[in-house]
Design a binder for this molecule. Structure first.
Ligand SMILES: *Cc1c(COP(=O)(O)O)cnc(C)c1O
Length: 391
């Protein structure tokens, strides 16, 4: 009998050859220093998305534990059936207030929020335009929606304008998709120009602010807030799993939009409600980041220290209109970036070596945390200096 899975072995061999295979192991709690590998070794953590250190914050953890005691470990059903708890509406109200929108809706992940929302808003009669460097789940959402989907070169407003001019009139609805802070590059979308174009061409805009949420703007309200932009028509998406240290995703926008999604977003309707622990942790994290501006201040200081240090080393970094905690150092090829990652580990620094197909070109991706000390950054700069010798 022929094996229907015979194709798996050669497929995996191809992945190994391309050095795409990866599986680091972290033990213990997340923090500025973590135990990595087998046997575990302490390394300074430059590859987490826990920008404010809230995933191990005593009050956030206590809130999650209390929620389990009070509500149990699972939501036990979809929100429309038996999965709804008062915690969910509390969190959704808090997110809406924080984002300055009428309403918000939490999904079981950021990915689920994007897939479900995009597919609910547009179909084969519609047009989706997206930045080429957008997160994979925005691209996947666009494809799942069956809308006509074009990408414009990264952050190139002129190309977006051209696509709108050429195609917009032939479609019913139009949806523009962009990351707020680009997850692998750390630069920021030109949201003012994008919103202006959207107004001209009657297009909806979804801003995926997974990496701006909690980090940028007053109270960490995100990239739009930091750029002084607000628009009642913009859809603000974010995740609870990065600066908020929990798990889940959200959409914030008008009440009409949220009510529509509750009836049309299949990843929300047919999926179990967010667990009590995740919901309570996100709610507590939201409170922490709004009452403790010192967390964001500390992060900003470390960002500035690394920016200045990289400049002194002669490393060209992309222009950064806002201080984001993500740094991208381009590498010539996947094998080199792996070697760089290995050398940095030997110097005590854990930095992500990111390769295609996750990104268009290999790079070191450095992310900073509020609990990094100036000495942690200095150690990274020394290791990079030895490694790159002027890039
Ligand atoms: C992480 C990420 C997501 C997905 O969020 P999850 O909650 O991890 O599913 C979506 N968009 C961007 C830009 C991200 O970085």
């Amino acid at each position: 009998m022929a094996d229907p899975f015979a194709w798996l072995k050669p497929a995996l061999e191809t992945l190994h050859r391309a050095q795409w295979y990866r599986q680091p192991l972290l033990s213990g709690t997340p923090g500025a220093v973590v135990s990595v590998g087998e046997p575990p070794r302490p390394l300074i953590n430059f590859c987490s998305n826990d920008y404010l250190g809230l995933a191990n914050h005593p009050q956030v953890k206590a809130a999650a534990i209390k929620a389990i005691d009070q509500w149990g470990s699972g939501a036990t059903g979809s929100r429309l059936l038996s999965g709804q708890r008062s915690l969910h509406t509390q969190l959704e109200r808090a997110i809406a207030q924080w984002k300055g929108t009428e309403a918000a809706l939490v999904f079981s992940s950021g990915t689920a929020a994007n897939l479900g929302t995009i597919a609910a808003l547009v179909d084969q009669r519609d047009l989706v335009l997206g930045d080429a460097y957008n997160h994979a789940c925005l691209k996947k959402g666009a494809r799942l929606s069956h809308a006509t989907f074009y990408e414009y070169p990264h952050n190139t407003v002129a190309a977006l304008a051209q696509l709108l001019k050429t195609h917009r009139s032939q479609y019913r609805r139009c949806l523009i998709l962009t990351d707020g802070v680009f997850s692998m590059d750390g630069d920021v979308a030109p949201l003012e120009e994008i919103l202006a174009l959207a107004e001209t061409y009657t297009a909806m805009v979804l801003v995926d602010d997974a990496h701006g949420t909690g980090v940028l703007g007053t109270n960490g309200a995100g990239t739009l807030a930091a750029l002084g932009q607000s628009s009642p028509t913009v859809i603000q998406m974010g995740t609870l799993s990065k600066a908020l240290g929990s798990l889940g995703g959200y959409i914030a926008g008008s009440q009409a939009l949220i009510t529509y999604l509750q009836h049309r977003a299949s990843t929300w309707i047919y999926s179990t409600g967010l667990s009590p622990a995740d919901t309570a942790a996100a709610l507590a994290a939201l409170e922490q980041l709004q009452t403790e501006p010192s967390l964001r201040q500390a992060l900003e200081e470390r960002i500035q220290q690394l920016e200045e240090g990289l400049q002194e080393l002669g490393c060209p970094i992309l222009p950064r209109p806002l201080p984001t905690p993500i740094f991208c150092l381009p590498a010539p090829d996947p094998a080199t970036v792996l070697q760089w990652g290995q050398k940095l580990q030997e110097a005590g620094c854990w930095v992500a070596a990111v390769r295609p197909p996750t990104v268009p070109f290999s790079r070191l991706r450095i992310t900073l945390r509020a609990d990094h000390t100036p000495e942690h950054i200095a150690q990274l700069l020394a290791a990079l200096g030895a490694l790159l010798k002027g890039c």
